[in-house]
Design a protein around this ligand. Structure first.
Ligand code: AAL
Length: 394
């Protein structure tokens, strides 16, 4: 009886739906009508509730399936990287963007191999790390298919004291500019947890992605002046080439003041070694943790991950500066480093991304604290059928 009744209700509601679908909008009677079951792609010419109004104005399309900046993320374990049985002594985290050079993908990341897992700032010393990203080096791996990776070893070691990074170098990202390669990274001058996280950004460069890397030995993005939003740290440097310049986005975090949260800023330059000019409208994104962006159409799209009012959104700025929410998503890749075919081509027609490397962390107890790299796949590309993209899509 129940299923019979249910089918009658279903059939009659479908009939109503079909009936309503083709009806023209009549503003005069709109207020009395219920909203059509089939969501119109264009904003209907009728008075709408705040929620329905927002559905047409806030996102890139009223339905997620029509929104080019909506996706569901999928994850795959990587082959080839050893974690010592997950005992916390080896970590790989905060991967760079992935690049493709002469038949191989490359990724750089924060690497730690210590005799113990992190023990917190108080118990740390020259060999015991305080946090997962303390006492680290920048290592790299290559792959032919994006799933099986061969670790190649160190790219940027810790420089001697007192240079920026003597305590730890971490959270790197890659720029390719005029045929040369640049790795930007956080250079710790003290243990993380004892204000070491107040670190600036340093850079090393090379003629080949396999190195050797020459440290520039100068801070390339300094912390902001006293009282500035980025006074305490410049983290997660993330360079792209846009509008003939280097657009380097970064995170700062207001030193944990509970009234303020992590946000993202922009610094631009004509030369990879600087000087970088911080954008006068900084911060340009009001949320997010690790920094992940890519050229999209004429502008820049951002994965806004983890922190802030607008966490778990994909955002878009037509000018690379004024970001708006394009979609709300779930299960975002943490610290995502996408493969972006046009990251450095100065494109005015960004095509988006389909995969990359991210990390997951076990941060629940100090004894096993470490992070693991994994692959994410997504549909944030305008060209899933483009042969060039397909080649890299596997
Ligand atoms: C990360 C990044 C930066 C922070 C720490 C290590 O995920 O945001 O690199 O400093 O956490």
């Amino acid at each position: 009886f129940f299923w019979g009744l249910f089918s009658i209700v279903l059939i009659s509601s479908c009939t109503t739906t079909t009936g309503q679908k083709d009806e023209p909008n009549q503003a005069a009677t709109a207020d009395q009508k219920s909203f059509p079951f089939v969501l119109p792609k264009e904003r209907p010419n009728r008075k709408m509730s705040a929620a329905m109004e927002r559905n047409y104005t806030r996102y890139m399309a009223p339905r997620p399936e029509d929104n080019e900046l909506f996706t569901q993320f999928r994850y795959t374990k990587l082959n080839g990287l050893d974690y010592n049985g997950g005992d916390g002594t080896i970590t790989r985290r905060d991967p760079s963007k992935v690049i493709f050079v002469e038949g191989k993908y490359y990724v750089w990341y924060t690497y730690r191999h210590t005799s113990t897992p992190p023990q917190g700032a108080k118990n740390s010393n020259d060999t015991i790390p305080s946090t997962d990203w303390d006492l680290c080096e920048i290592w790299y791996a290559t792959s032919e298919d994006g799933f099986t990776w061969e670790e190649q070893g160190v790219a940027v070691p810790r420089p001697p004291k007192p240079q920026a990074g003597w305590r730890s170098v971490s959270t790197t990202d890659i720029l390719v500019w005029e045929g040369k390669y640049y790795l930007y990274y956080q250079g710790f001058l003290e243990t993380s947890g004892k204000r070491g996280d107040d670190c600036p950004v340093a850079v090393s460069y090379a003629d080949s992605p396999d190195g050797p890397w020459t440290p520039h030995n100068k801070i390339v993005i300094p912390n902001g002046e006293e009282g500035a939003w980025d006074q305490y740290s410049i983290h997660d440097p993330y360079p792209l080439v846009y509008k003939d310049k280097i657009y380097l986005y970064y995170k700062s975090d207001f030193d944990g003041d509970p009234r303020l949260v992590r946000m993202q800023g922009l610094a631009t330059a004509d030369n990879p070694l600087g000087p970088f000019t911080k954008h006068p409208l900084n911060p340009v994104i009001n949320s997010g943790h690790e920094t992940t962006l890519f050229p999209f159409k004429t502008g820049i799209a951002a994965l806004v991950i983890k922190d802030g009012n607008e966490h778990f959104t994909v955002q878009y700025a037509e000018d690379g500066v004024n970001f708006e929410i394009a979609s709300i998503v779930s299960l975002m890749p943490t610290a995502a480093g996408p493969f972006i075919p046009d990251a450095f081509t100065n494109t005015k027609d960004g095509r988006g991304i389909t995969w990359g490397i991210s990390h997951i962390t076990n941060a629940t107890d100090w004894d096993h604290n470490h992070a693991v790299l994994l692959r994410f796949d997504c549909d944030l590309s305008l060209d899933v059928h483009d042969p060039e993209m397909k080649k890299h899509n596997n």
